[in-house]
Design a protein around this ligand. Structure first.
Ligand code: PLP
Length: 398
C-alpha cells in the first residue's frame, strides 16, 4: 500500500481523509439510501443542494452558481452537483457543450438533422498545453477536436492566444464551442488568465469551464481569491474537496451558471426532469467536515500547507545546487532538473515525490507537494535533508 497520508508523502497531490468524513461515509453506507430522484429519498437531494450552496458561499463563488432562492433546480438557474472526479466533471461539460452545439447547428443546417456527424465534425474545443490529461480524454470520448494552445512565460493561457485560435478555426469552417481553463495546473500549479479568457469566451459565444481541481480549495481563504479573477465570466467551475479540503476521496464539486444545460443533456426520461439533476448519491461528508472543522479550521489547514511549501522553497532557494522552476503559489513547487537525483529519491524510499516535465521546453523537474494533514515543519526539513544527502551522492559520483 502506498501510504498517501504519511507526512513524507510529497507526490501527486493531497488526498483528504479526515475522521468526520470517514464517519460520514460510514453513516451514509449504513443508511444505504438511494437518491436517483428527489422522491426516492428527499433528504439526499436536499442535503446536497444545501451543501453545494454552503460550499459555494465559503469559496466566495458568484451568486449565479447558487441554486435559485427557494431551492431546487428545475428551471434554468444555477446550482452545484457532486461528481466523483474532476475528470468526470470535464466529461460532463464536454458532452453538454457538444449537445448544445449540435442542436444549434442542426437548427441552422437541416441536412445535419439526418446526419449529426456533419455537425459533430465541425466542433472544436480549447485548453492550454498545460491542461490535465483528462481534458484530452474527455475530448476523445466526446469526439470533439481539441486544440491545445501555447502558454506564456508563466505557463498561463492568455486571451489573445485564444482569440487568434478561434478566428483561425472559424476561417477554416469550424465551430468553436468550449474552453477548459485551468487554475492550478497539475505540472506546476500555474494559472490561466481567466479574466482575459472569460471575455473572449463571452464575445465568441464559447462555454467557459474552470478546472481548479487542486487550487480551488484555496478560495476558502479570502486572501487567495485573486487567483480566480474573472470567475464571474465562467459558465461552470469545478474543484475537488477530495484533494485539499478534507473530504475523503472521491468528491468533486461542479457548479453551473445554467444547470438546465446539463440536465437536458443527460435526461432521457421526462418523468424525472424535475428532480434528476440534484443528487445522484447521498453525500454527508461535506456536511460532517464543515460542521467539524468549520470554515476557520479549513482556512488554517490551507494556510498551513502554503506556509510549509514556502518553507521548502526557502530551503531550496538557499541551496545553489537546486533551481525552482515555477513560482510557488500554493502547496506545490518544482525543483532540480536531474533524472539521476529523482531515480535515487525513488530508490531510497524515505520520502515520496514524483517528477514531471514541461514538454515545450524539454524541462524535466522534480515536483514537491505538501500533502498530509500531519505534515509539519520538521517533515519539510527532513524531506530537504534527504534530497540534499542524495544530491551530494549524485554529485560526488559525477
Ligand atoms: N485537473 C487538474 C488541474 C488536476 O490537477 C487533476 C488531478 O491531479 C485533474 C484535473 C484530475 O482530477 P481527478 O483525479 O479528480 O479526475
Amino acid at each position: 500500500v502506498t501510504n498517501w497520508h504519511h507526512p513524507q508523502f510529497h507526490a501527486y497531490y493531497p488526498t483528504a481523509n479526515t475522521f468526520p468524513s470517514i464517519l460520514a461515509d460510514m453513516l451514509s453506507d449504513a443508511i444505504g439510501c438511494i437518491g436517483f430522484s428527489w422522491i426516492a429519498s428527499p433528504a439526499c437531494t436536499e442535503l446536497e443542494t444545501v451543501m453545494m450552496d454552503w460550499l459555494a458561499k465559503a469559496l466566495g463563488l458568484p451568486d449565479h452558481f447558487l441554486f435559485p432562492a427557494g431551492g431546487g433546480s428545475g428551471g434554468s438557474g444555477g446550482g452545484g452537483v457532486i461528481q466523483g472526479s474532476a475528470s468526470e466533471a470535464t466529461l460532463v461539460i464536454f458532452l453538454s457543450a457538444r449537445n448544445l452545439a449540435i442542436q444549434r447547428l442542426q437548427a441552422q443546417q437541416p441536412e445535419a438533422q439526418q446526419q449529426p456527424s456533419l455537425a459533430l465534425s465541425r466542433l472544436v474545443a480549447y485548453a492550454s498545453d498545460q491542461s490535465h490529461s483528462s481534458v484530452e480524454r474527455a475530448a476523445m470520448l466526446a469526439f470533439v477536436q481539441l486544440r491545445k494552445l501555447p502558454t506564456d512565460g508563466k505557463r498561463s493561457l492568455r486571451g489573445d492566444t485564444l482569440a487568434r485560435a478561434v478566428a483561425e478555426d472559424r476561417a477554416r469552417g469550424l465551430e468553436p464551442i468550449l474552453l477548459i481553463t485551468t487554475l492550478g495546473t497539475t505540472n506546476s500549479c500555474a494559472f490561466d488568465n481567466l479574466a482575459e479568457l472569460g471575455e473572449v469566451c463571452q464575445s465568441e459565444g464559447l462555454w467557459c469551464h474552470v478546472d481548479a481541481a487542486y487550487a480551488g480549495a484555496s478560495l476558502i481563504c479570502p486572501e487567495y481569491r485573486h487567483i480566480a479573477n474573472g470567475i464571474e465570466l465562467a459558465d461552470s467551475f469545478n474543484f475537488n474537496p477530495g484533494k485539499w479540503l478534507q473530504i475523503t476521496f472521491d468528491c468533486s464539486a461542479l457548479w453551473l451558471k445554467d444547470s438546465s444545460k446539463v440536465v437536458d443533456t443527460f435526461n432521457v426520461d421526462p418523468l424525472y426532469l424535475q428532480h434528476e439533476f440534484s443528487g445522484q448519491v447521498p453525500d454527508y461528508r461535506i456536511w460532517f467536515v464543515l460542521r467539524s472543522y468549520g470554515i476557520e479550521g479549513l482556512q488554517s489547514y490551507i494556510r498551513k500547507h502554503i506556509r510549509l511549501a514556502k518553507q521548502f522553497e526557502e530551503l531550496v532557494t538557499a541551496d545553489d545546487r537546486f533551481e525552482i522552476v515555477e513560482e510557488v503559489v500554493f502547496g506545490l513547487g518544482a525543483n532540480a532538473p536531474s533524472r539521476e537525483l529523482y531515480r535515487c529519491i525513488r530508490e531510497d524510499g524515505r520520502i515520496h515525490l514524483i517528477a514531471s516535465e514541461f514538454e515545450a521546453s524539454d524541462t524535466f523537474f522534480i515536483r514537491f507537494a505538501v500533502c498530509s494533514e500531519f505534515c509539519e515543519a520538521a517533515d519539510i526539513r527532513y524531506a530537504y535533508d534527504v534530497i540534499s544527502e542524495l544530491a551530494n551522492e549524485v554529485l560526488s559520483k559525477k
